[in-house]
Design a protein around this ligand. Structure first.
Ligand code: HEC
Ligand code: HEC
Length: 177
């Protein structure tokens, strides 16, 4: 049977999957999940107001209220907490950019190979690598914590993306001669 894909890439024709709700999946691979810290612990910290409990809306950034969202557990300065999150997110961003560059170069190589007369059948393995790389990049790009929910897992996924993109590029370049 036909396998599932969300759309065909308009340039190369590769079958592409899209990431839908990646926050839960990524969080489940991280240290907070492992330590029993759930979404609501960071995203809906209770604001005690007399007898009633009011909670922040869960989609708000916990960084807008580090005191209630983080410092209940982390007894360190707010500036240090923010710096740690920033460092994680910056590294995630840098790896995402590298992966994106690798994917663009794979697409360029596929275009050159097509011009040189490579057939769809010959290009299949390179497009399979594109699919693998693109799925991983989309997954982390769609994940709204910018890597924070599970930094090491996010880095692992982005390393795989870059590797698949480069493998696909090498294959396409062989057909471009
Ligand atoms: C340990 C604390 C923590 C836990 C647990 C956690 N998050 Fe987050 N989440 C964050 C931080 C920090 C950010 C980054 C916010 C920013 O960059 O401003 C974030 C970002 C987000 C965002 C983007 C929000 C925005 O305003 O940009 C969403 C959506 C989200 N998380 C959903 C979830 C879901 C769903 C879960 C559980 C499956 C979860 N989070 C678990 C800390 C947490
Ligand atoms: C309910 C308790 C709890 C809350 C709330 C919480 N954390 Fe944590 N956090 C932990 C635990 C437990 C660990 C695992 C390390 C440890 O045991 O000290 C951890 C680890 C971390 C680490 C190290 C991550 C790593 O991969 O090594 C960072 C950074 C961090 N937390 C940031 C935050 C930020 C930012 C918030 C608020 C948005 C937050 N935490 C909210 C309990 C919490």
């Amino acid at each position: 049977g036909e396998r599932f894909y969300d759309y065909k890439h308009k340039e190369s024709g590769a079958e592409i999957l899209k990431a839908q709700h990646p926050e839960f999946e990524l969080w489940s691979q991280g240290i907070h999940s492992r330590s029993g810290v759930a979404c609501a612990d960071c995203h809906m910290p209770y604001m005690r107001d007399g007898a009633s409990k009011v909670s922040d809306h869960w989609v708000r950034s916990p960084l807008l209220n580090v005191n209630r969202a983080c410092q209940t557990c982390h007894h360190i300065a707010e500036s240090e907490i923010l710096a740690r999150v920033d460092s994680i997110q910056q590294k995630n961003f840098d790896l995402l950019q590298r992966g994106g560059t690798a994917l663009m170069e794979l697409l360029d190589a596929v275009a050159v190979a097509k011009k040189a007369g490579a057939t769809d059948e010959q290009l299949k393995p390179a497009l399979e690598f594109q699919r693998q790389a693109q799925w991983r990049l989309d997954y982390i790009a769609a994940e709204n914590s910018m890597g924070f929910h599970a930094p090491q897992e996010a880095a692992r996924i982005l390393a795989e993306a870059a590797d698949y993109a480069r493998q696909g590029q090498v294959m396409a370049l062989k057909l471009a001669k």
